[in-house]
Design a protein around this ligand. Structure first.
Ligand code: URQ
Ligand code: ZN
Ligand code: ZN
Length: 480
């Protein structure tokens, strides 16, 4: 089925142009003026609208088993909600339990994701280490299109990667041509601070941010950056929430180190006052890690995006409903960590990013799609409106308004961290794999049509490193 998107302005990360867009067979097949609609094609009038690459959310956790429960959003409902909001691909996480066979975990998550409505991929978390993990990393990069390995430096006693695991895994990732990603919070400090706060009799959600101040994140971000520097492996720091981690990334990037930073839409717009809300459920709904921070961090994060020190935006969509959050009713350390946002990310970033003048429309495409595609090596198949690219498209009406609410969102969670927020500029049409999956309130997603997207390793970079190791000739890499 062909789709002709007529009369719009194509907005890519690098340029904009007035052009019609023709898709067929799931690919973009033509861009140009006054394109003819093949017989049987669906025609979308994009007059006055922008035609942008579908969003890529590089950080979600659909149906994640975590802290004694399972996230309420599954791969079908979550990718549907994403499509309603203009996002056409997610990168989720395989998170083996310590001692769990990594390939078994990978197969389990692949099974869960088969219900997805739009395309998806997986970062694989390294939560323990032995020869089997070393081997599995090779299998995953060479046979399954995994080029990114995640490390939780938080969550002691559960999935925390200590320095030994970081060093082993980072070394292996470099050999394989993969990128390392980290959840940067010092898990030892968090565990200690949690007990200290409980001893003071603070058991409510207000204890959560107190147990993981920004310094805890800044230390871990810098430690991961330094380990990556010594081991010469690229690093991607997920959900930067504070000045301290942004400063660590900025220093490293100014030194020419290959470090990338992600920021959540939530951390850009929600502050720590939520934890002092008188309603327990409301405060607990916002318990996620790193926690929402005082406002001063938000402006710094926006500046980080504007300056190019942070390259991607995500949601860390990991939903738990009130009954689940109440598992921690007497002890904040037992409140399942996670919040939603996959449906609202692009809307809130356009309103507060582009309408505010902080970002251009092209930069918006960069931070919501193209940059993640480049970093995770699927550009320009994804993240681009160009001939040959996947036909994943958001038709964006800059005049259309929406008020965000749990009453009207399509996320399977009973709370919305952007509740009541009025935004102007949203997608009216979403195209995934060349099919219209959303059109002005009409949701047409289909269970199970989403595809697993393989992501190749970064061979040229690592070939240079490998050659230099063999010939001892210094390369640009060694001079970094
Ligand atoms: O830490 C994460 O990224 C997962 C477990 C989601 N939860 C969260 O609080 N961020
Ligand atoms: Zn995390
Ligand atoms: Zn996460």
């Amino acid at each position: 089925m062909a789709v002709l998107i007529r009369g719009g302005t194509v907005v890519n990360a690098d340029m904009s142009q007035r052009a019609d867009v023709l898709t067929d067979g799931g690919k973009i097949v033509a861009l140009g003026a006054d394109l003819e609609a093949p017989s049987g094609a669906e025609v979308v009038d994009a007059g006055g609208c922008y035609v942008m690459p579908g969003g890529i959310d590089p950080h979600t956790h659909m149906e994640l088993p975590f802290m004694g429960t399972v996230a309420s959003e599954d791969f079908f409902s979550g990718t549907t909600a994403g499509a309603v909001g203009g996002t056409t691909m997610i990168i989720d996480f395989v998170i083996p339990s310590p001692q769990q066979d990594v390939m078994d975990a990978y197969r389990t998550w692949r099974g869960w994701a088969e219900k997805a409505a739009t395309d998806y991929s997986f970062h694989v978390a390294i939560t323990w280490w032995d020869d089997s993990v070393h081997k599995a990393m090779g299998t995953l990069t060479q046979d399954y299109g995994v080029n990114s390995f995640k490390h939780f430096m938080a969550y002691k006693g559960a999935i925390m990667a200590d320095d030994e695991i970081l060093v082993n895994s980072f070394t292996r990732a470099r050999e394989l041509g993969a990128i390392c990603t980290v959840h940067a919070e010092n898990g030892e400090l968090v565990a200690h601070m949690q007990q200290e706060i409980l001893k003071q009799g603070i058991t409510g959600p207000e204890g959560h941010p107190l147990s993981r101040p920004a310094e805890v994140e800044g230390e871990a971000a810098n430690r991961a950056i330094r380990i990556a520097q010594v081991l010469n492996v690229p690093l991607y720091v997920v959900h930067n929430s504070c000045i301290e981690s942004l400063e660590a990334i900025t220093r490293a990037r100014n030194d020419g180190q290959r470090v990338f930073g992600e920021v959540l839409a939530g951390h850009l717009l929600v502050d720590d006052s939520v934890y002092r809300h008188p309603d327990w459920d409301t405060a607990a709904a916002h318990v996620m890690s790193p926690p929402f921070r005082p406002k001063k961090h938000q402006e710094a994060l926006w500046r980080g995006l504007q300056a190019g020190m942070l390259q991607t935006t995500a949601t860390d969509h990991c939903c738990f409903c009130a009954p689940q959050k109440r598992m921690g009713h007497n002890n904040f350390t037992q409140i399942p960590n996670g919040t939603g946002g996959v449906e609202d990310r692009m809307h809130v970033l356009w309103h507060h990013g582009v309408n505010s003048g902080r970002l251009t429309a092209n930069e918006f495409v960069g931070i919501t799609s193209a940059n993640a595609a480049k970093i995770f090596n699927i550009y320009p198949r994804k993240g681009s409106i160009s001939v040959g690219a996947d036909a994943d498209i958001a038709v964006w009406d800059p005049e259309k308004e929406r008020t965000i609410s749990k009453e009207t969102h399509h996320q399977n969670v009973d709370y919305n961290i952007f509740e009541g927020m009025k935004v102007k500029g949203i997608n009216t049409v979403t195209v995934s794999q060349g099919k219209i999956v959303y059109h002005d309130g009409d949701i047409r997603t289909e269970r199970g049509v989403g595809r697993y997207v393989e992501r190749p390793t970064f061979a040229p970079y690592y070939d240079a490193v490998r050659r230099s190791a063999e010939t001892n000739a210094p390369t640009a890499v060694d001079r970094m």
